[in-house]
Design a protein around this ligand. Structure first.
Ligand code: AMP
Length: 414
């Protein structure tokens, strides 16, 4: 199978890594890719948001499966263009990707499907905002309705800050605060059948002990030894399947990766958000544990045949990933610095490095090119071992001014 992956972050590097290990994959392409992906796949420049350009590239390469990684091309309808050309594509239509692209749409779907989530108001005027903030009280949760690359959500006890964020957005969703630990559960679906993957937890704050600003994610681990037994089955029955069924009923069937961000509150499991694609950095740990070859699973989603697949097989051990971010991330990331120690980090074969924001320099060196630069992932018999291996890899890498959290999976590892 010839596969083309769209995107160029650590998520796409993780996807390419798994696909490159699948003996069914005869040719692997990625557009635009990054310096790390270029070691596994042929990389091609493309405007990811241009459905016609992506389709033309897929045709030229003879791609038999296109995998769309990031949310922006999905919301822009890139999958629709590829699908219309008769090429199987992993990733929802633009209409179904509104589940991530519009928080108000997601709330409406959840209401229709009876899926438990935070109570919320959609507001467009200052008066509506004020009423909603007062109805729920502190801590306030204010979400930009549109796609905001993880930066659209403000959770604060400062009413003025909450109102200011609301004022900076055209349309906001204001909702009840959900307490309790967060879980990310991914599922692969073809619009009818839903296959949950293993749960993971990510770390959104920049600094240890969940201090500092929110980021795209600083690390992740799987499994979650503390999670209640039966969680995956419960979420499948109360969240994932009803959501997929509701979207199909509405005439916008969702195929691809459905990501449920959940809060395990004292009053039960609630959806915090849906995403329409693999999450970064949870993908790194989830795919590190997947033993079933990936390409066939993604193709079955694209072709509507997931119901015929054997159950997915998983590594019984654990995986941990630690993100290395550039100086100044998330506020003002510094880029263009050389990264050293990449080979050393992987030397003993226990950890692997996935590139997020990197590019190749003129002399073949690898340079930082984004806020989240790399992630180092390792698997082990348990979280303690996976954690030790991942941090050994992190220690081998040097990038001027970079920072990473030192407490990824620490509590869960015991
Ligand atoms: P989202 O982009 O919706 O995932 O929000 C980003 C982060 O904000 C989440 O991972 C949570 O940590 C936090 N958050 C979002 N909604 C809520 C809520 N209703 N209650 C508490 N925290 C929330």
């Amino acid at each position: 199978m010839k596969v083309l992956v769209i995107g160029g972050g650590a998520r796409e590097h993780a996807l390419c890594r798994s696909l490159s290990q699948d003996s069914d994959v005869t040719e692997l392409h990625c557009a635009p890719g990054n310096a790390g992906i270029a070691q596994l796949a042929a990389v091609h420049p493309v405007d990811q948001l241009d459905g016609a350009a992506v389709t033309a590239l897929a045709r030229r390469l003879g791609a038999e499966l296109v995998v769309v990684g990031p949310e922006a091309p999905l919301v822009a309808g890139v999958s629709d263009a590829v699908r219309a050309a008769g090429i199987p594509v992993f990733g929802p239509s633009g209409a179904a990707a509104q589940l991530e692209g519009s928080k108000a749409f997601a709330k409406d779907v959840m209401a229709g499907a009876g899926v438990p989530t935070a109570r919320s108001y959609v507001c467009t005027t200052e008066a509506e905002v004020a009423e909603a903030l007062d109805a729920f009280g502190a801590p306030y949760v204010v979400k930009d309705d549109g796609l905001a690359a993880g930066k659209g959500v403000v959770v604060t006890s400062d009413r003025a800050e909450a109102a200011a964020h609301a004022a900076s957005c055209e349309r906001v969703v204001i909702e009840e605060y959900l307490d309790g630990p967060e879980v990310s559960l991914f599922a692969i679906t073809d619009g009818t059948t839903v296959l949950p993957l293993v749960p993971a937890q990510d770390f959104k704050r920049a600094l240890d002990d969940d201090q500092g600003p929110n980021t795209g994610g600083m690390g992740a681990y799987s499994p979650l030894p503390w999670a209640p037994e039966g969680l995956v089955q419960e979420v499948l029955e109360t969240v994932l399947q009803p959501t997929v069924d509701e979207l199909r009923r509405r005439g916008t069937p969702f195929s691809g990766l459905l990501y449920a961000g959940l809060a395990l509150t004292s009053r039960g499991t609630r959806v915090i958000e849906f995403n329409a694609r693999f999450g970064d950095p949870e993908t790194q740990v989830v795919l590190a544990r997947l033993r079933t070859p990936l390409a066939g699973v993604l193709l079955a989603s694209a072709q509507g045949t997931l119901g015929t697949l054997e159950p997915l097989r998983w590594d019984e051990g654990a995986a941990v990933t630690v993100v290395i971010a550039s100086e100044g991330y998330p506020a003002a990331p510094r880029t263009g610095d050389p990264i050293e120690g990449l080979a050393e980090a992987e030397a003993d074969g226990t950890a692997f490095v996935l590139h997020a924001g990197t590019k190749a320099g003129e002399n073949g060196e690898v340079l930082s090119a984004g806020g989240r630069v790399l992630s180092v992932t390792a698997v082990g018999a348990d979280l303690k071992e996976a954690r030790e291996k991942a941090y050994r890899g992190v220690a081998a890498i040097s990038l001027k001014g970079s920072h990473h959290r030192t407490d990824i999976a620490a509590k869960a590892a015991g």
